[in-house]
Design a protein around this ligand. Structure first.
Ligand code: NAD
Length: 331
């Protein structure tokens, strides 16, 4: 099948070409897909977008007119696609349902440990010849209460790691995960989890009902000095309320791999640009905030699985086979 891979970076080309092995005609472009750039879909029955592409109703209407019938997403999350609008345009949407949840869970632990033990500061200090320990005091993770919000594949992988570190685990999810219950994870209300957890890690999908899940009222429930980690989706957090909770010194540390307005920034080099997002720039000024550019998924194992599943999705669609990776608005 002829497929245009949008927002493509060199690593996408490397892993997808290896998985494809010449079966489909893959064309790679760095262009990010949105209503303004949708004309690039001309001549491609399939598109392979990433999370920074915007597949809203307008873009979908244009690409449908240009002949696109299939979207094979290189991601688990599909909040960047208007699924009812895709159905209206008769465009099939497939995703990578499951790829190395450990990659994201391990990264979340990395953020926790970096913030807790101030590794980001220690790295620079030692390079400057400063071996003072003042300001680098951390706490044992062992015995601390960590709240996991969302215990699907990634949240459950995180629970397994933190269980091994001797943490006391609380969780909130509309559907409790029996694997987590077996580990001894206690399911509680979101309010109880926020009140009792020293560290909170977010692993819910972005849905209308989870947008700004973390707002001023919920930050106020967290203990003074608590740590918040978000490796899920930026809009789960109300950024304005987050900045207020940091300025008042209520939150003790924040690790963000995702950011509410990341679409205009992430996956591109802005070294020589003036970044006009004042909230993002304000977040960067806090010594107790670490921000990374949506890289939690970025391991060779994850990229291999994403590429293989994407090619399998193209194969199944071409062969008219049923595929569990189809995304539908109902079920
Ligand atoms: P999953 O579908 O396995 O788990 C999601 C969990 O959220 C499920 O247990 C579900 O019951 C729960 N849930 C859904 N809606 C809820 C609600 N309204 N209230 C309470 N619980 C709710 O997903 P996953 O594979 O664990 O991934 C979680 C999220 O992580 C993805 O949606 C994606 O946004 C994000 N992600 C980020 C990266 C990254 O690189 N930073 C990589 C992969 C995934």
């Amino acid at each position: 099948m002829r497929c245009l891979v949008t927002s493509a970076r060199p690593y996408d080309q490397q892993f997808l070409s290896a998985a494809n092995n010449g079966r489909h005609e893959l064309v790679f472009t760095e262009t990010t897909l949105n209503a303004e750039t949708a004309f690039i879909a001309q001549g491609y029955p399939a598109l392979c977008p990433f999370v920074d592409d915007t597949l809203d109703a307008k873009t979908l209407e244009i690409i449908a007119r240009l002949g696109t019938k299939l979207l094979v997403l290189r991601s688990t999350g599909f909040n960047h696609v208007d699924i009812p609008a895709a159905e209206k345009q008769d465009i099939t949407v497939m995703r990578v349902r499951d790829y190395s949840p450990c990659a994201v869970a391990e990264y979340a632990v990395g953020l926790m440990l970096t913030l807790n033990r101030h590794l980001h500061k220690a790295y620079n200090r030692v390079r400057d010849g400063n071996f003072l320990l003042d300001g680098l005091l951390g706490f044992d993770m062992h015995g601390k209460t960590v709240g996991i919000v969302g215990t699907g594949k990634i949240g459950a992988a995180l629970a397994r790691i933190l269980h091994g570190m001797g943490c006391h685990l609380l969780a909130y999810d509309i559907t409790p995960n029996p694997d987590c219950q077996e580990l001894g994870v206690a399911y509680v209300s979101l309010e109880e989890l926020l009140t009792k957890s020293r560290i909170v890690s977010l692993h819910l999908p972005l849905l209308p009902e989870t947008r700004h899940l973390m707002n001023a009222e919920r930050f106020a429930l967290m203990p003074n000095g608590a740590m918040l980690i978000n490796t899920s989706r930026g809009p789960l957090i109300d950024t304005t309320a987050l900045i207020a909770a940091l300025k008042s010194r209520h939150l003790g540390a924040v690790g963000l791999d995702v950011y509410e307005e990341e679409a205009d920034l992430y996956f591109k080099d802005h070294c020589d640009d003036i970044i006009c997002d004042d909230s993002f720039e304000r977040l960067l000024t806090f010594p107790n905030v670490i921000i990374t550019g949506h890289q939690a998924f970025f391991t060779s194992e994850a990229l291999t699985t994403i590429a293989r599943t994407t090619i399998q999705n193209l194969d199944d669609y071409s062969d008219g086979k049923d595929n569990p990776n189809c995304v539908r608005s109902k079920g």
